[in-house]
Design a protein around this ligand. Sequence first.
Ligand code: NDP
Length: 297
Amino acid sequence: MTAAIIDGKAFAADLRGRVGTLARAFEASAGRKAGLAVVLVGEDPASQVYVRSKGKSTLEAGMASFEHKLPAETPEADLLALVEQLNTDPAVDGILVQLPLPAHMNEAKVIAAINPDKDVDGFNVINVGRLATGLNGFVPCTPLGCIMLLKDRLGSLSGLDAVVIGRSNIVGKPMAQLLLAESCTVTIAHSRTKDLPEVVRRADIVVAAVGRPEMIKGDWIKPGATVIDVGINRVPGKVEGKTRLVGDVDFAGASEVAGAITPVPGGVGPMTIAVLLRNALVAAHRNAGIALAKDAI
Ligand code: NDP
């Protein structure tokens, strides 16, 4: 079997287009643009790239982008004061504080300070609780993007066996909650799981969010399963001095067995920013009291 490729890049481009159309309609009814604020503390190179890319995508989608760059040595109290200012700014619908924060800051405290109704990353405990109890809140962008790809590929996920490998707060746990909400039978695997290959072999849906290059092998995959590879790992390239990106799944091996699989790059990665824009637009509608059809985006 040769797996179908799940084209996250194309899906994300389509989602961004739909967000752009709805953002223009929002501006016409609200008399202002939907606004997303991104806060970056320090000079972490990867974070700088993400923040630049988020700002550019926000503008391309027809929304207002507010970027706040603070030096690494900023006192935590100053960051909390900025978050409070953004919480009350009517032009700001969504707030994203780029992680990781410098070591002298308490990430949990900063995330807890974000107004849950502007928490478009879905990391605030109120939104974590809303997701766990089936209430309407904001869901972390990467797992929500994975669910969109799965539903687009498979339609109903009801009754399917799903294995999520990884239990982080930003990917693994919310992913498992979302699969459970779709009536999958969900197993969460992690570094202490016994006989991981055998656990993965039971799954109709495999979501890999481990951060270990090509760890999940082709012969762990049940024939016909759908494989979502969240991992982004930089490894040495074939040409000396060059690097390349690989996922957590051995793509060549798994694509011989799986029914469908996301590539890396071009699978889950492009979904994250597209879903962030979607969440910001949803926040804008809620904040302005403008209705948005449940399945509009
Ligand atoms: P974390 O490091 O926070 O979590 C990794 C998880 O993998 C942990 O739960 C850990 O288990 C588990 N794990 C580690 N080693 C093993 C092992 N040998 N066997 C089984 N489980 C193992 O990572 P994240 O969740 O933040 O990210 C995971 C991957 O997804 C990374 O490659 C990251 O770059 C990528 N990512 C991609 C995004 C995108 O936009 N596409 C967004 C976010 C992340 P334990 O808890 O027991 O330690």
